[in-house]
Design a protein around this ligand. Structure first.
Ligand SMILES: Cc1cc2nc3c(=O)[nH]c(=O)nc-3n(C[C@H](O)[C@H](O)[C@H](O)COP(=O)(O)OP(=O)(O)OC[C@H]3O[C@@H](n4cnc5c(N)ncnc54)[C@H](O)[C@@H]3O)c2cc1C
Length: 395
């Protein structure tokens, strides 16, 4: 059995295949596992997440992996669902009222885009703007591309914890890979072509060919075009893959020179949020983290030219913090060969189902194939396992 991609989807698929008695081979393009889960440690000791950070409520499979490998969690001290909006006139009461109206509308089954729903409801103007900003940031896309139903999660003021893995989320991927072993996971080996048919699959890499009975392709839809399928994928499957839209996001990390309390603030005009969070104990890690979402936001913050503009804006947003602005670290994904974007934009369940069904000996996995948990680590894990279960169930 072959798995392409050692992100959480590919690693979970391989893990499940091993449990089912197979001996999978995982081919990974990068020189590391984890894909869009990538933890780094700054010179001052702060652990930052270049990609996925928060284990959102309900992400039980990721929590299960944390427990299985005995990794522990960092509560973070701040709350993902509470971000103080700045750059707009709005009261806490107006935000709460708006969030109730949105929930009511969604319960009534209102459809359409987030932009349409927010325009239709009689919301306080500041609350409308703040909620639009929050939705655009987290969905990593303009509100006209975000389904209204997403506001149920994106607009909710919530005190529920959204922790990260103690010492970095990357530890989950590393633990899965370590358990699989070095013979199973091959790094720095991008798959260039997949020939497939009744007899199985032949993967072409720069090192040679790998033959397998079946293959789980666990790479983002945004870079599937870099793999040459022979024969081409069936038209309806290729169309389903092509129909997946992606959000665009970047992160910025600025070391702190002095202690700070946990905090979470949202720059409404610039469409990014910024937080300080605790690590292992009650003390805040010495870093200000920021996440900007949607292509227009990245453009406005000049992300393509480096961290300068965003760092200046961040310093203006958080004058309360002593920032070491000369040492800012930027994390971008649009320019990475093996991701090319941040995460998918809620593909329709029918689209996910078509992609997951695959073609012949080819199956597909990844956060973009997970209807309920799309765009999340949880979706990646679930989709990988589901693909492996399909392989095991095949006659
Ligand atoms: C900035 C950012 C913030 C995020 N924040 C959160 C968050 O707070 N919480 C959350 O749950 N999720 C978050 N996510 C989403 C989360 O990271 C993803 O949903 C999840 O990690 C996707 O896993 P995956 O296995 O589907 O894909 P990936 O992690 O992209 O793995 C795919 C793997 O395939 C490899 N690959 C690609 N092409 C080839 C090829 N041709 N041959 C071999 N290998 C190949 C890639 O190198 C990669 O390792 C965030 C993502 C980003 C970018």
């Amino acid at each position: 059995m072959l798995v392409v991609g050692a992100g959480l989807a590919g690693l979970s698929a391989a893990d499940e295949l091993v449990r089912a008695g197979y001996e999978p081979i995982v081919l990974e393009a990068r020189e590391r596992v984890g894909g869009r889960v990538h933890s780094r440690t700054l010179d001052n000791g702060a652990v930052v997440e270049m990609g996925a950070e928060f284990i959102l409520p309900g992400c039980t499979e990721v929590l299960g992996l944390v427990e299985r490998f005995g990794l522990g969690l960092w509560d973070k001290g701040m709350r993902y669902g509470q971000r103080e909006p700045r750059g707009v006139e709005v009261t806490r009461g107006a935000l709460e009222e708006a969030s109730i109206l949105i929930d009511e509308a969604l319960r009534e089954g209102r459809e359409g885009t987030a932009r349409e729903l927010l325009a239709d409801l009689p919301l306080d103007a500041g609350a409308r703007e703040a909620i639009t900003a929050r939705a655009e940031v987290s969905a990593a896309a303009p509100a006209e591309l975000v389904p209204a139903v997403e506001l149920g999660g994106l607009a909710r003021l919530s005190d529920e914890p959204a922790p990260s893995v103690a010492g970095g989320n990357g530890r989950v991927a590393e633990a899965l890979a370590a358990e699989l072993g070095g013979d199973v996971v091959h790094l720095g080996e991008p798959v260039r072509g997949l020939a497939w048919g009744e007899g199985g699959v032949v993967a072409r890499t720069d090192e040679g060919e790998v033959r397998a009975q079946a293959c789980i392709v666990a790479v983002p839809a945004s870079v599937l075009g870099r793999i040459e399928f022979d024969p081409a994928l069936p038209a309806d499957l290729a169309d389903a893959i092509a129909s997946i839209d992606y959000g665009h996001a970047a992160k910025l990390f600025v070391p702190l020179r002095a202690d700070a309390p946990p905090s979470a603030t949202l720059s409404v005009p610039d469409r990014y949020w910024a937080w300080t969070a605790t690590g292992g104990g009650a003390e805040v890690q010495p870093v200000l983290n920021a996440f900007a979402g949607s292509a227009p936001a990245l453009e406005r913050l000049g992300v393509g030219d480096g961290p300068r503009v965003w760092t200046e804006r961040l310093a203006a947003l958080r004058p309360d913090l002593d920032l070491d602005t000369g040492d800012a670290l930027l994390s971008t994904w649009d320019d990475q060969s093996w991701s090319a974007a941040a995460y998918s934009l809620e593909p329709a369940p029918a689209t996910c189902a078509r992609i997951a069904a695959g073609a012949g000996p080819l199956l597909f996995a990844g956060e973009h194939v997970a209807p309920e948990y799309g765009a999340l680590m949880e979706g990646a894990v679930r989709s990988g396992r589901a693909a492996a279960e399909r392989v095991a169930a095949a006659p």
